[in-house]
Design a protein around this ligand. Sequence first.
Ligand SMILES: [Fe+2]
Ligand SMILES: [Fe+2]
Length: 183
Amino acid sequence: MVRPRRYDHVLRVADLAARIAVNNGLDEQRAYAAGILHDIARDLPDDELLRLAPPECAIDAAHPLALHGRAARTLLTRWGYRDGVVLEAVEDHTTGPRGGNDVSACVYIADVSEPGRGVNADIRELALHDLTAALERAIVSKVTYLQGKGIQVHPRTLRAYHALPCSAHPTPTSTTGFPTPGA
Ligand SMILES: [Fe+2]
Ligand SMILES: [Fe+2]
């Protein structure tokens, strides 16, 4: 379902998500599964994304690529996939974990920091020994970066931001290279 370059990215995300999970004492198999599945809808045309994941907000309607996580969940559910933890991680990988789902955190961090991205090596290294700190850095940086550019933050990303501990909210430590919701 994905182009060859995307598939290479997917393999790197799955490997890194599993490694992050192992190092943090989390569910390696679910992290790998969610990594493998996270971008299955990423190369679908806009009209199909809109059909699979009807827009919830103006950002979704204007940027259908932002829907590819939700669209992936819809597809997986139709195919009979039933692991709710993995489904939620796939759904939330574009906008950020909603809190309480460590597998989702592994995949989100792996997606923004896998080596092929060429950015966020600091977040990748941090995640390998402190996933919570890495997630805080990633989400705070993303929100601060978008707001600094005057770009509207997706409501689901704001939800992920507000799910962080209060101590995570002050000034970010990294503002480099975050993919857009369509990444
Ligand atoms: Fe993606
Ligand atoms: Fe991805």
